[in-house]
Design a protein around this ligand. Structure first.
Ligand SMILES: [Zn+2]
Length: 217
């Protein structure tokens, strides 16, 4: 039976796709892994289809992503969204959930590079949540929450969703550039890979290169 098809989801990066897959788990609760993928490049837009299979129950699902004005491999590794536009893939509650997940796992991590990567992910997820807030919003505006579950979360813990609380968390995390420097092992490997790709354009394709940076969490 073919995998059920999904409506296309607009994203800013392959990293945002990864977070989308993390949040939209299989109905059984299992995480997805990518079995196959296909990319169609069009002017100013790139369509990315991901065939995923559940680790737990082996169900298949097909995800369709649209990367608007993608920059290919030019951005830093793990960059989520270089623009000020809020995400069209995940809402504020989902970004805050992801931020809490990455902040929560830092204590369990022994490897300093992994801790840095987790901080970088947490920082970017908090920044994505904030992009939904207008300059005068201290609570998330209605368009920031897309589901009853998200609205219920915000109503249950309004303190977590206050702009001041998100900003205070960001202030405790080192700046993005500092984290990227500390994450230099991956960044160097990434840049080297990009240079290799530039030399050998018919070889591996840049979105395949991204797979090297996937982690199991
Ligand atoms: Zn499953």
């Amino acid at each position: 039976m073919p995998a059920p098809s999904e409506p296309a989801v607009h994203v800013h990066s392959v990293q945002e796709e990864y977070f989308y897959l993390m949040v939209h788990r299989c109905a059984c609760g299992g995480p997805w892994h990518t079995e196959a993928q296909e990319v169609q490049d069009a002017p100013g837009q790139l369509a990315h289809r991901v065939e995923a299979r559940c680790f737990k129950c082996r169900a298949r699902r097909s995800f369709h992503f649209i990367l608007d004005s993608h920059g290919g491999p030019k951005g830093p590794v793990r960059q989520v969204n270089p623009t000020c536009d809020p995400s069209r893939a995940l809402d504020a509650a989902e970004w805050l959930d992801l931020a809490q997940f990455y902040l929560g796992r830092i204590e369990r991590l022994k490897d300093p590079v992994e801790r840095t990567q987790s901080l970088l992910d947490a920082r970017q997820c908090l920044e994505e949540a904030l992009k939904f807030y207008g300059p005068s919003d201290d609570a998330p505006p209605a368009p920031a929450l897309w589901s009853d579950a998200g609205r219920a979360k915000a109503a249950a813990s309004p303190e977590t969703f206050r702009r001041a609380a998100i900003e205070a968390m960001l202030q405790r995390i080192p700046a993005t550039e500092r984290l990227r420097q500390a994450d230099k092992t991956d960044q160097r490997a990434f840049e080297r890979g990009v240079r290799e790709l530039a030399k050998d354009r018919v070889g591996r394709r840049w979105w395949e290169f991204w797979r090297l940076f996937r982690r199991n969490t």
